[in-house]
Design a protein around this ligand. Sequence first.
Ligand SMILES: [Zn+2]
Length: 436
Amino acid sequence: MTRGLLVCLSILLAVVTPRAQRGPAGQRLSMNTIAEQYVRLVLAVGQHDADYVDAFYGPAQWKADAERQKLPLSQIDADADRLIGQIPELSAADRRDSLIVLRREYLRRQLEALRARLRMLQGAKLTFDEESQALYDAVAPVHPESFFAATLAELARLLPGSGPLVERFDAYRQKFIIPPDRLTRVFDLAIAECRSRTLPHVRLPASETFTVEYVTNKSWSGYNWYQGNYRSLIQVNTDLPIYIDRAIDLACHEGYPGHHVYNALLEQRLVRDRGWVEFSVYALFSPQSLIAEGTANYGIEVAFPGDERIKFERDVLYPAAGLDVSQAAQYGRIQALTDRLAYAGNEAARKYLNGELDRAQTAAWLAKYAMTSPARAEQRTRFYDTYRSYVINYNLGKDLVKQFVESREGVSTRSERRWEEFVQLLASPRLPSGLR
Ligand SMILES: [Zn+2]
């Protein structure tokens, strides 16, 4: 993002947002003042926690202030506590706008999550479920090992060879690796397709765009760094082989209609149209992440309903990657089965973070129930070290979003209604607990 554009946004925000005020406890502030204070507190936490601020494109001065002040954790906590008490009651006029109703509750809950993260930074030890409730406003269901048995048995029937299933799966998957020299071509095709499937349903700003970079030595496989001004930087980690199914996953999840679209809509409809400055910052360890990851994952099937994904992969991506198209249908079936093991990752993280399993035992558990190869299991446990209960946002988040969208009126009978409800969710400050 260029400096000139940042200045434009700063001016816009200065017009719509009153100057920071610090009233006594109990004093009611305007929601825009609460919002500015919230952004400043998130930036203050970012001074202590390098992963906390995922995106910020509000006034550069606020970031500079946070860096200069470097408020201690206890001060940030006291300020957040007081701010929660200063959130105004809804007026009768407010109640007529559902987004204003959502905004108030959302800010309160985001501030509570910020306080929970502060407790963790000060050394508090929460269980996996306590942490996910405090940070993400949700608790993942517990699945016993038997929950995965039927899926594993079905995979054992389909995968060639003998020996441990994880090894057979890994051997089988070798035929579906995108050769490194074809990666860019395959990803470009996947992104173009996801974009062309999304744009008819979402009015995006004409200037929206993103850049893709290939990186190494990360604990995640892809990341969208939203820059503001409708631009994203998408990074794809090439530490481990990239299988053909990851092209659509990443293009939809990070791009269209996933994170890039989500962030662009928040900027357009909430930050710019309404002047709600709190959406110019994204606190990673907060309820917002369940909505972000849940919509990014559910967006894949919104963009590619039914068997449209496998057809596109077979007809376009397999040839571009130089892979055997005759294998596409069977690989698609096996992928669909392994998707059912998604919750095994939560169980592994829960056991690991609760101290029931060490790193090696967690890798063994992942191999047995999630069919995760040793190299990938090592990457997974490093992800758990950094992001902890964040893992629930992907699978529980997807399921909650799917359930919410598909229970809305008319969605089951008209496909366009699904897009409408999905886009409306992307552009509204709904909390995870509000999806139930
Ligand atoms: Zn994501």
